[in-house]
Design a protein around this ligand. Structure first.
Ligand code: 7TS
Length: 416
C-alpha cells in the first residue's frame, strides 16, 4: 500500500516523542497500545516543566504574580479545550481527573436529582465499564432501569434496536462515540436527535474520538460529552466534562469544598458560577496547562489530517491481519472506523501473545479492555488489541504482523 502523504504524519512527528526512541528487550519499541493511553510530545512535557519552573502557585486565590500567571495558564487551557470541541462557551468545560470522573459527576449530580424509579436509561452493550458502572450505581440508588442497545450483524451500533428502545420513559441516553474494542464510529448526531425527540438527555463518551478526529459538540448537540487528556497527548490526571450551559446550571454540585463556593455560612453556602461549581479543591493545574499544550499540538497537525492518516494505517493493518487464517477480528473491518483492531488467534491466548510480542519490543493490549459484557457477547474471554496513533508508521504495522505470524507459527508448532 502506498501512503498518500509523501512525508507521513509519523515522519513529521516522530522526533517529538522521545519515549518511542528506545529498545525493549533489545528491539526497537513499537507502541501499539494507544487506545489505553497515548505518548506525550516534547511540547507537552516542556509545558509541564515550564509551568513548574516559572509559574506555579495555587489558582484563583492570590493576587500575587505567580498566582495570576498560574490562573491565566489554567484558564487559557480551558479556552483551548472549549475551542477544540467547538463549545459555545468556556463555562461549559469542567476539568475532571479523567472521563470516568466526568461520567460519575453527571451520574451523581444530574442523576440523583432527576431520575426516579421506573425511568429508563439507554446504554449500549459496547460501553466501557466507565460508562456502565456509574449508571448501574445510579439505577441502584434510584430504581431507574437500564436498557441496552444490541450489536447489528456487522457488530456495530444497531440503530433500529435503539429506536425500538426509545420511549417517553427514556430520561437519559449514554453512548460511546467510538468503541475502544470494536472500533466503530457510532452515529452520535442521529442518536442525540432521536433521544431529544423523546425529551431525554444524552451523554457522549468521546474518549476514543476526541484524540483522533475533529469533534464538534454543537453539531452533535449532546447535553454532555466526556474525554480523558491522557489519550490525547496530555498527562494523566486531567480530563474534562463538556455540558450545555443550561444543563450544567440546573445541576447541583457534585463534590463540595473550596473553589466551588460563592458565600459560605456555618449552616449553608451558595455556589460559584460555572464551571467552578464543579471544580472543588485545588485542581490539577499543571496537568490542565499541559492539556492546553496538547490541544495546541494536535491542532498544529490538524485533526482531519490525523484521522485521514490513521484511516490509511488502519486499512494497511486490516489488509494484512485478514490474510492470517488463524486471526479472528472483532468489529467492522472496513469503512470509516477507528485505528484499532481487537482480535483472537486460535492458537495463542491473547495474554501469551502480548507477552511474546513484548519480547519483540511490541506493545499491544490483551484482556477485556474494560468491556467485559461486550466480550461475553462476542464469546471471547479476552482479545488482543493493537491500536495506532499518528506517530505510528506503516513499517511498524508490518513488523507487528510479522511478529504475530511468527508467534502463531511457534505456538501452532507446539500445540498444533
Ligand atoms: N471510555 C472509553 C471508550 C475508553 O476507551 C476509556 C478508557 C474510558 C472510557 C475510561 O477512560 P479513563 O481515562 O477515565 O480511564 N479505555 C481504555 C482502554 O481501552 N484500555 O485502557 C483504557
Amino acid at each position: 500500500m502506498t501512503f498518500t502523504q509523501e512525508r507521513t504524519l509519523a515522519t513529521q512527528t516522530r522526533a517529538d516523542f522521545p519515549i518511542l526512541d528506545q529498545e525493549i528487550h533489545g528491539k526497537p519499541l513499537i507502541y501499539l497500545d494507544n487506545a489505553a493511553s497515548s505518548q506525550k510530545p516534547l511540547a507537552v512535557l516542556e509545558a509541564l516543566h515550564y509551568y513548574y519552573t516559572h509559574d506555579h502557585a495555587n489558582v484563583h486565590r492570590g493576587v500575587h504574580t505567580l498566582s495570576s500567571r498560574a490562573t491565566d495558564a489554567y484558564e487559557g487551557a480551558r479556552d483551548k479545550v472549549a475551542a477544540f470541541i467547538n463549545a459555545a462557551s468556556r463555562q461549559e468545560i469542567v476539568y475532571t481527573r479523567n472521563a470516568t470522573e466526568a461520567i460519575n459527576l453527571v451520574a451523581y449530580a444530574w442523576g440523583n436529582a432527576n431520575l426516579k424509579s421506573g425511568d429508563e436509561v439507554i446504554l449500549s452493550v459496547m460501553e466501557h465499564h466507565s460508562n456502565l458502572i456509574p449508571w448501574q450505581l445510579l439505577a441502584q440508588r434510584t430504581g431507574a432501569v437500564l436498557k441496552f442497545v444490541q450489536l447489528s450483524e456487522t457488530q456495530e451500533f444497531d440503530l433500529e434496536h435503539y429506536k425500538s428502545l426509545l420511549s417517553a420513559k427514556t430520561k437519559l441516553v449514554a453512548i460511546v462515540h467510538v468503541s475502544n474494542t470494536l472500533g466503530c464510529i457510532n452515529p452520535v448526531e442521529e442518536i442525540v436527535r432521536l433521544a431529544h425527540q423523546q425529551g431525554a438527555r444524552v451523554l457522549i463518551d468521546a474518549c476514543q474520538s476526541v484524540p483522533h478526529m475533529s469533534v464538534d459538540v454543537q453539531a452533535i448537540d449532546c447535553d454532555w460529552l466526556v474525554a480523558s487528556g491522557h489519550k490525547m497527548c496530555a498527562p494523566t490526571g486531567i480530563g474534562f466534562l463538556y455540558g450545555k450551559l443550561d444543563v450544567l446550571r440546573s445541576m447541583p454540585p457534585f463534590l463540595g469544598g473550596g473553589e466551588m463556593i460563592a458565600d459560605v455560612f456555618l449552616d449553608r453556602a451558595t455556589y460559584a458560577d460555572l464551571p467552578y461549581k464543579f471544580e472543588a479543591g485545588t485542581p490539577a493545574i499543571a496537568e490542565a496547562v499541559a492539556l492546553g499544550a496538547a490541544v495546541d499540538y494536535l491542532n498544529s497537525l490538524g485533526m482531519d489530517n490525523i484521522h485521514a492518516y490513521e484511516q490509511e494505517l488502519t486499512t494497511h493493518l486490516f489488509q494484512q491481519l485478514k490474510q492470517i487464517p488463524e486471526v479472528q477480528i472483532y468489529g467492522a473491518q472496513s469503512g470509516d472506523r477507528a485505528g484499532l483492531a481487537a482480535f483472537t488467534t486460535g492458537a495463542v491466548h491473547p495474554h501469551d501473545l502480548s507477552t511474546i510480542l513484548d519480547q519483540a519490543g511490541i506493545a499491544i493490549r490483551a484482556g477485556h479492555h474494560c468491556t467485559q459484557p461486550l466480550h461475553r457477547i462476542l464469546k471471547a474471554q479476552s482479545t488482543a488489541r493493537a491500536s495506532v496513533y499518528f506517530y505510528n508508521t506503516p513499517e511498524e504495522i508490518d513488523a507487528f504482523i510479522l511478529a504475530l505470524k511468527e508467534a502463531i507459527e511457534f505456538f501452532g508448532g507446539i500445540f498444533g
